[in-house]
Design a binder for this molecule. Structure first.
Ligand code: 4NP
Length: 161
């Protein structure tokens, strides 16, 4: 799960996905990272921690780390939280970048994201960056991440066993 700072979006995605993977008894290792260095070593943003805690998920122990080119060998699947992150992942990977492993996270949502008030092709490609906004942005981001993690589990759990 990769975003820019690894303090707002991808820590939520790591926490939510870990939680769901455990609930489903799946043997998947979940990690998150950021493409930028500004926040390395920091705990998740307080609103990311708060919204996760409200859903029974403790992400307070996570610490921000940077996405590296070696992640392409270490992981089977890499999710970019946003289109700018996707481009950064490609850049950082350089010769090691196996972009067949990388997907835009929201592309895993197989239903009409806006549920009625928008056409399917208008659905957002990027989880919005909540860093410069208020708490409500983190609530919206959580909802997107939660639904998308469910979709990813539905898609890939069939390959288990
Ligand atoms: P994130 O949010 O990528 O979801 O962790 C951001 C956090 C920090 C910055 C940008 C985005 N920043 O510019 O410092």
């Amino acid at each position: 799960m990769v975003c820019l700072g690894n303090i707002c979006r991808s820590p939520i995605a790591e926490g939510v996905m870990r939680h769901k993977v455990k609930q489903h008894g799946l043997d998947w290792d979940i990690e998150s990272a950021g493409t930028e260095s500004y926040h390395i070593g920091e705990a998740p943003h307080r609103f990311s921690q708060k919204i996760c805690k409200e859903h029974g998920i403790d992400i307070s122990g996570q610490r921000a780390k940077k996405f590296t080119a070696d992640s392409f060998a270490a992981y089977d699947k890499i999710y970019a939280m946003a289109t700018d992150v996707y481009e950064e992942i490609k850049q950082i990977g350089g010769a090691k970048a196996d972009m067949s492993k990388v997907s835009l996270f929201l592309n895993e949502l197989s239903f009409d994201f806006a549920q009625g008030d928008k056409k399917k092709d208008d659905r957002p490609l990027s989880v919005p960056d909540p860093y410069y906004g208020g708490e409500e942005g983190y609530v919206a981001v959580y909802e997107m991440i939660d639904k998308t993690c469910d979709a990813i589990i539905r898609k890939y759990r069939q390959f288990e066993n």
